[in-house]
Design a protein around this ligand. Structure first.
Ligand SMILES: *Cc1c(COP(=O)(O)O)cnc(C)c1O
Length: 379
C-alpha cells in the first residue's frame, strides 16, 4: 500500500489586501473564475477571447492588433517585451528608480544586449532631463525602458514625456504598467508607447497570474525583422499571435498552449467591470481615496516617501515611525484585523510600509479600516 497524505481543503480567511498586490479581488471576478471549464478552442471560448482583447485595448487605450494577455504573471509580461524586441548586441536605455527598473536591466543583460542605466533616487520619478542626456549620448540606442508606476517606492513617472523623448531619438519605448493600468491615466496610442505590459492582480483586482500586453505596429515590425529567433519559445509573440487570432490578417486560431481558461474568465470580468465604471472614473476614484488616506496617515504622523506631486494614488509608501517594530505591527494587522499592508522592498526594506489602494481595494471602508487599525496598533 502506498500511503497518501491526509490534508483538509484549504480555506483561506477573508483578508483585506492593502499591500502592493495582489489586491482585493472583485466578488464578481471570483464568481466568474468558478464557472465551468470549457475547451480552449471551443467557439464560445474563442468569442470570449475576442471580447477580452477589445476590453484590453480599451483599458490600454490602443488600437494595437497585437494586444493580448500572456498566460503568466507580470514578470512574464516584462520578459516577453525584452525577449521579443531586443536582440543581442543592441543598446537599451534603462531607467532605474526602484526594484522593477533594476529587473528591466537584468532582462536586458540576459538577452545579451547592452543596458545604459539612468539612475534616480528611490522615491523619485524618472528624470526626463537625465533620459534626454542619455539618449543624446547614445545615438545608437534602440530602446528606452522605464517603469510607469514604481511599486517599490510609490513614484509615478511622466510616461508621456519619456515616450516623446524616445520617439524623437528613434527609440522604441518599453513601459512597465503593472501597477499603473486602471489606477492612473495611461494612453498607449496617444503617448506613442511601443511595448507595454501589466498584471492582473494590481489595479485590475483580478486573480494573479496573467499579464495583459500590447505591441505597436512599429514594435511588431521590429519583432518580425529579427535576425535571430526569440530565445523563449513560450513567450515568442509571433507564435502566440496565431493563438489569440488576428481578424484582419484572417489568421485562424490554432493551438499554441492551453490557455488558463478559468483565469481568463476572471480577467474578462475584471476588464468588463473596469469598462463599466469607465477609465476616467476609475482614475478619479483612486485619486480621491488616496487623498483621504494620505490625510489620515499624515494625521497619524506618518511621512510619505514620495513628494506629493509624484505620488501614486494606488501605492502609498510611508516611513516607519521611530521605535515602531515593523514586523510586529504587520503581524498584528494581519492577525487581529485581517488586514495586509506591504513591507518595504529593496532599499526601503525595514524602513517603510507600502499601503495599496488598488482597484476594488480603493474604497472608503478599506481606507477607514486601515487608518483605525494602524492607529490602534501603533498605540
Ligand atoms: C508586481 C510588479 C511586477 C511583477 O508582476 P508579477 O505579477 O509579480 O510577476 C512588475 N512590475 C511592477 C511595477 C510591479 O508592481
Amino acid at each position: 500500500m502506498i500511503s497518501a497524505p491526509t490534508v483538509n481543503s484549504f480555506t483561506p480567511p477573508r483578508r483585506t489586501l492593502m499591500g502592493p498586490g495582489p489586491s482585493d479581488v472583485y466578488p464578481e471576478v471570483l464568481a466568474a473564475q468558478a464557472r465551468p471549464t470549457i475547451g480552449h478552442l471551443d467557439p464560445l471560448f474563442v468569442g470570449m477571447m475576442d471580447e477580452l482583447k477589445s476590453l484590453i485595448q480599451y483599458a490600454f487605450q490602443t488600437k494595437n492588433e497585437m494586444t493580448l494577455a500572456i498566460s503568466a504573471p507580470g514578470s512574464a509580461g516584462m520578459e516577453a517585451c525584452f525577449v521579443n524586441l531586443v536582440e543581442p548586441g543592441e543598446k537599451v536605455i534603462v531607467c532605474r528608480n526602484g526594484v522593477f527598473g533594476e529587473r528591466m536591466r537584468q532582462n536586458v543583460e540576459r538577452v545579451g544586449a547592452l543596458a545604459v542605466v539612468v539612475d534616480n533616487e528611490w522615491g523619485e520619478p524618472v528624470c526626463p532631463k537625465a533620459v534626454e542626456a542619455a539618449l543624446k549620448a547614445n545615438p545608437d540606442a534602440k530602446f528606452l525602458a522605464f517603469v510607469h508606476a514604481e511599486t517599490s517606492t510609490g513614484a509615478l513617472s511622466d510616461a508621456k514625456t519619456l515616450c516623446r523623448l524616445a520617439q524623437e531619438h528613434d527609440c522604441l519605448s518599453i513601459v512597465d504598467a503593472v501597477t499603473s493600468l486602471g489606477g492612473v491615466e495611461l494612453l498607449v496610442d496617444e503617448w506613442g508607447i511601443d511595448a507595454i505590459y501589466s498584471g492582473s492582480q494590481k489595479c485590475l483586482s483580478c486573480v494573479p497570474g496573467l499579464s495583459p500586453v500590447s505591441f505597436s505596429p512599429k514594435a511588431v515590425a521590429k519583432l518580425m525583422s529579427r535576425k535571430t529567433p526569440v530565445q523563449s519559445w513560450f513567450l515568442d509573440q509571433s507564435l502566440v499571435m496565431g493563438y489569440w487570432g488576428n481578424k484582419d490578417s484572417g489568421l485562424k486560431r490554432s493551438y499554441h498552449h492551453t490557455a488558463p481558461v478559468n483565469a481568463l474568465y476572471a480577467l474578462h470580468e475584471a476588464f468588463r467591470l473596469l469598462a463599466l465604471e469607465g477609465l476616467e472614473n476609475a482614475w478619479a476614484r483612486h485619486k480621491k481615496m488616496h487623498l483621504v488616506l494620505a490625510a489620515g496617515l499624515e494625521q497619524l504622523g506618518l511621512k510619505f516617501v514620495v513628494a506629493a506631486e509624484h505620488r501614486l494614488p494606488q501605492l502609498n509608501a510611508v516611513y516607519l515611525p521611530q521605535g515602531v517594530d515593523d514586523a510586529l505591527v504587520r503581524t498584528q494587522l494581519l492577525e487581529e484585523y485581517n488586514l495586509e499592508i506591504g513591507a518595504g522592498l529593496g532599499a526601503l526594506a525595514g524602513k517603510a510600509w507600502r499601503i495599496g489602494l488598488m482597484g476594488f481595494g480603493a474604497r472608503r471602508e478599506n481606507v477607514a479600516l486601515c487608518l483605525k487599525a494602524l492607529e490602534e496598533v501603533m498605540n
